[in-house]
Write a protein that binds this ligand. Structure first.
Ligand SMILES: [Zn+2]
Length: 329
């Protein structure tokens, strides 16, 4: 708990110093907002009348994570069944674990109590002390490039196959291990779940057996060069979902959900790093090496180190470290 209060101190710093840059969604007043607090409680069915009101909420509340609906409602604060759904942004979520084999090699388990660790697959309980273990996904440049490649493929499908213009599409680094796409197209915003499912099936090439296909269809056949992009169907089809808010901090990393200007040159471990540089001492139980802002940190094993606050928060939120002093005050 105390550890999370220190994380909250850094989150407060971010929201206090950046609230003027945080954009509220189009038609703020028609969206449902929700957030998770630092005690783990989820609050939903909130609404804000303006960008100013939303920013004031972020600074005052300092949420652990904050979300708003892809949907536009007549009454966003009403119970789900009587909100009055008008339309919803078409969204896609690409997660690194669905794209990259490499991330499975890098990932590991760590014991919540004695901090023993090892390669996946994780044991049911810690072989050293019998306590609960946690799986940690660990990114590297290679797997981040793989997921970026999938995002480029999705952008191509949306522009070439669906004929969308790049102006109708916003791309964000999710703040942890993936990319979020928003399509702002009025016709598509009116689509229901069934039509969105069909779009997902097309993108994921569901029901499309590539082994049979390559044997039976000539090289110049339809769609031969098309790539399958493993978007999460649940995210796209759920037209009442609350989706992580752009520019907000991710509760599992302390990185920001950041808009991508150009996918090719976007470096999430640089652009999404928004917490202070200020050195903070942590006890690292175990942290494989990682590169932030061009500088490599780790590997660390059972050692006290002073690292920039953004590295410390990242490690603490992944369950790999603890702050050595109570800095929540
Ligand atoms: Zn253990």
């Amino acid at each position: 708990m105390e550890q999370l209060q220190t994380v909250k101190k850094f989150f407060r710093w971010y929201y206090f110093n950046n609230s003027e840059k945080i954009k509220a969604p189009e038609s703020t007043e028609s969206r449902e907002f929700g957030y998770r607090d630092f005690n783990g409680n989820m609050v939903r069915h909130l609404s804000f009348k303006s960008e100013g009101e939303y920013r004031a909420f972020l600074v005052k509340t300092v949420p652990k994570s904050v979300y708003y609906s892809v949907a536009f409602y007549i009454d966003p604060t009403a119970p789900m069944e009587s909100k009055g759904w008008i339309k919803a942004d078409l969204v896609f979520d690409i997660d690194i674990k669905d794209v990259s084999e490499k991330i499975k090699e890098n990932s590991f388990w760590i014991c919540k109590k004695c901090h023993s660790f090892g390669r996946l697959p994780a044991p049911k309980v810690c072989p050293n002390c019998g306590s609960e273990v946690e799986e940690v996904e660990w990114v590297c440049d290679e797997c981040l490039n793989e997921v970026k490649g999938a995002a480029l493929d999705l952008l191509n499908i949306l522009t070439e196959d669906f004929g969308l213009s790049k102006k109708e599409i916003s791309i964000y680094f999710s703040g942890n291990n993936g990319y979020h796409f928003y399509v702002y197209n009025e016709e598509m915003r009116k689509m229901g779940q069934q039509e969105r499912m069909e779009i997902v099936d097309y993108i994921t090439m569901k029901g499309f057996d590539s082994s049979v296909y390559s044997k039976n269809i000539p090289e110049n056949g339809f769609m031969i060069n098309r790539k399958r992009v493993p978007v999460d169907p649940n995210v796209t089809v759920d037209i009442k979902r609350v989706f992580r808010a752009p520019d907000s901090l991710h509760d599992e990393s302390g990185l920001a959900k950041k808009e991508v200007d150009s996918l090719e040159s976007f470096d999430p471990l640089d652009k999404a790093v928004v917490l202070p540089e200020e050195p903070v001492e942590v006890l690292m139980y175990y942290m494989p090496s990682i590169r932030f802002k061009g500088e490599t940190f780790g590997p660390y094993k059972q050692e006290k180190v002073k690292v920039p606050a953004y590295v410390a928060v990242y490690a603490v939120l992944k369950g790999l470290a603890e702050f050595t002093e109570n800095r929540s005050g």
